[in-house]
Design a protein around this ligand. Structure first.
Ligand SMILES: Cc1cc2nc3c(=O)[nH]c(=O)nc-3n(C[C@H](O)[C@H](O)[C@H](O)COP(=O)(O)OP(=O)(O)OC[C@H]3O[C@@H](n4cnc5c(N)ncnc54)[C@H](O)[C@@H]3O)c2cc1C
Length: 421
C-alpha cells in the first residue's frame, strides 16, 4: 500500500493486486489487534534491531523513516501514541483502523485496488519486466472484484512485488513471491520462521498446560556460550515456550538450531536477587515458624502452577515440614529458582511465526531504489526481502519504508521529468 500510494502520488498509473478479499489482512491482526506501527528509536539504534540485515535498510530509512510515516498517518486522521520502549500504536488501539486508513489513502490517490487476484508469474520481454499473469480467486471471477474478470495477464512498465513472507498463511502470504522471483533468477536465502515459540523436552512441565511467568530473566546458551539474555515475561504453552522474551530469543535460536548447534535456555525465576541474597532469604524463610511446610515456603516464591514442579525437582512432598529440609534440598531449590534449564530441541511452524526470516538475497536488490539488479523494472519490497527484526514495530517499518522508497523510484523511472521525484 505504501508503494502503490507513493507511486500514485507522483503521477503513476497504479493497479494494486491483492490475493485476498481484503487488503492489509496482516496489519489487521498485528500487535495483538493493536498494530505496533513503528518505534521512536533514532535510526542508528532502530537499525540494530534488524541484526546483519539492517545495513541494507540504511538508505531506505534515510528517505522514509518513522516520523515520515507518523506524519502521513496523522494527516490521514489517524492519531498515534507512544508506549514502553518507544513502541507506537494507533490512539484507538485498533489495528483495523491502521489498515483502513492506508486503504483509504491509497484509493483517494487514485490507485485501482483489485482484490481476489493471485499473481502466478512475472513476464519479461527484452530483458526487462513487461507484466504479469494471474488467477482469479475463483475461475469464473465471482469472488474477484474490479475490472479484470476473464483477463489473465496484464502489461506493466514496472512491477513492485510486496507478497510478504510465508508466516500466518491465512493473511495471504504463503511464499508466492519467492517462487515468482526465483523463476527470474533471484537467489532465495532459505526462509525460516522467526519470532516463534520454541520447543524443549520438559516444556511445559508435566501437569502444566499454560502458565505465564512474569518479570523473569531468560538466558540463551549456544554451544555453552552466552548468546543473549532477555528480561520480561515468558509463557509455557502446550507445545513449548512462548511469550515476548522467547519470541525475541527465537531470532537467533532458530538459526542456531538449523545449524545443528546445542542450545540451552536458562530461566532465572528470581532475577532481582543474586544467589547469595536468595540463599539468605531461603535460610530466613526456613527459620520462620509461620512457614510450616514446603508448600508454605514455595507459595511465597513461585506462581501456584510451578509449585508441584519445584517439589518434584527437589524430590520433596508439599506437606514435608520446613525443619526437615536439608542443605542439599535447599541448594537444589536455589538452583531451580536461579537456573531452571531446558535443552532446546526445535521451534514452531510458519503458522505460528510472526515473521519469516530469509527471503530474497539483498545483494541482488539496489538499496537506494529496491529495484532488482537482475530484472530492470522489478522492485522487491517488504518482508519478501531477506531482512527481519525484533518485535517493537521494526518489521512493519521495514516494510513501510522499502515500500515508499520502491514506489518513489518506480514513479521516477516512469516519469523522469517529474520534479518531485
Ligand atoms: C500475528 C502477527 C502480528 C504482527 N505484529 C506486528 C507488529 O505489531 N508490529 C510490526 O512491526 N510487525 C508485526 N508483524 C509483522 C508485520 O506484520 C509484517 O512484517 C509486515 O506485515 C510485512 O509486510 P509486507 O507488506 O511485506 O507483507 P504482508 O503484510 O504479508 O503482505 C503481503 C500481501 O501480499 C498478498 N499476496 C501474497 N501473495 C500474493 C499473490 N501471489 N498475488 C497477490 N497478492 C499476494 C498477501 O495477501 C498480503 O496481503 C506481525 C505479524 C504477525 C503475523
Amino acid at each position: 500500500m505504501l508503494a502503490a500510494g507513493r507511486a500514485a502520488s507522483l503521477g503513476a498509473d497504479v493497479i494494486l493486486l491483492e490475493r485476498m478479499r481484503q487488503v492489509g489482512r496482516k496489519i489487521r491482526i498485528s500487535g495483538k489487534g493493536r498494530c505496533n506501527i513503528t518505534n521512536t528509536l533514532a535510526s542508528g539504534e532502530f537499525i540494530k534491531h534488524f541484526g546483519k540485515g539492517g545495513r541494507f535498510l540504511r538508505q531506505s530509512f534515510a528517505r522514509f523513516f518513522s516520523e515520515d510515516l507518523l506524519e502521513l498517518l496523522h494527516s490521514e486522521d489517524l492519531p498515534t501514541k507512544v508506549e514502553r520502549g518507544g513502541r507506537v500504536f494507533p490512539q484507538s488501539d485498533s489495528a483495523v483502523d491502521v489498515a483502513k486508513t492506508l486503504e483509504k489513502w491509497v484509493e483517494n490517490l487514485g490507485v485501482e485496488v483489485i482484490r481476489g487476484v493471485r499473481v502466478r508469474g512475472l513476464d519479461v520481454a527484452e530483458g526487462r519486466i513487461s507484466g504479469l499473469h494471474y488467477d482469479l480467486f475463483s475461475e469464473n471471477g465471482t469472488k474477484g472484484s474490479g475490472g479484470l474478470r476473464g483477463a489473465h495477464s496484464l502489461e506493466a512498465a514496472v512491477v513492485l512485488l510486496a507478497t510478504g513472507g510465508m508466516s500466518y498463511i491465512s493473511t495471504g502470504s504463503s511464499g508466492d513471491g519467492y517462487r515468482l522471483v526465483e523463476d527470474l533468477g533471484h537467489t532465495i536465502i532459505k526462509p525460516r520462521p522467526s519470532l516463534v515459540p520454541l520447543c524443549a523436552p520438559g516444556a511445559p512441565p508435566p501437569g502444566v498446560r499454560r502458565l505465564a511467568l512474569r518479570n523473569i530473566e531468560a538466558t540463551l546458551w549456544i554451544e555453552g556460550k552466552l548468546a543473549r539474555r532477555e528480561f520480561g515475561d515468558l509463557t509455557f504453552i502446550e507445545t513449548g515456550l512462548s511469550g515476548p522474551i522467547i519470541l525475541e530469543l527465537s531470532r537467533i535460536a532458530v538459526a542456531a538450531l538449523d545449524e545443528g548447534k546445542k542450545l540451552e535456555l536458562a530461566i532465572d525465576l528470581k532475577p532481582a536477587l543474586d544467589r547469595k541474597k536468595l540463599d539468605a532469604r531461603l535460610i530466613r524463610d526456613l527459620e520462620n515458624k509461620e512457614l510450616r511446610t514446603w508448600q508454605d515456603l514455595l507459595s511465597g516464591l513461585l506462581p501456584k502452577g510451578l509449585i508441584p514442579v519445584a517439589l518434584r525437582a527437589c524430590d520433596a512432598a508439599e506437606d514435608t515440614p520446613c525443619h526437615q529440609i536439608n542443605a542439599k534440598q535447599r541448594k537444589t531449590l536455589l538452583n531451580f529458582l536461579k537456573d531452571y534449564r531446558f535443552k532446546l530441541s526445535g521451534y514452531g511452524s510458519f503458522k505460528e511465526a510472526i515473521v519469516t526470516a530469509g527471503g530474497v538475497d539483498t545483494a541482488e536488490v539496489n538499496p537506494k531504489t529496491m529495484e532488482s539488479k537482475l530484472v530492470p523494472g522489478l522492485y522487491i519490497i517488504g518482508e519478501l526481502l531477506n531482512v527481519d527484526a525484533d518485535t517493537g514495530g521494526f518489521n512493519m517499518m521495514g516494510a513501510f519504508s522499502t515500500g515508499w522508497v520502491g514506489g518513489q523510484a518506480a514513479a521516477s523511472e516512469l516519469h523522469p521529468d517529474n520534479p518531485e521525484v
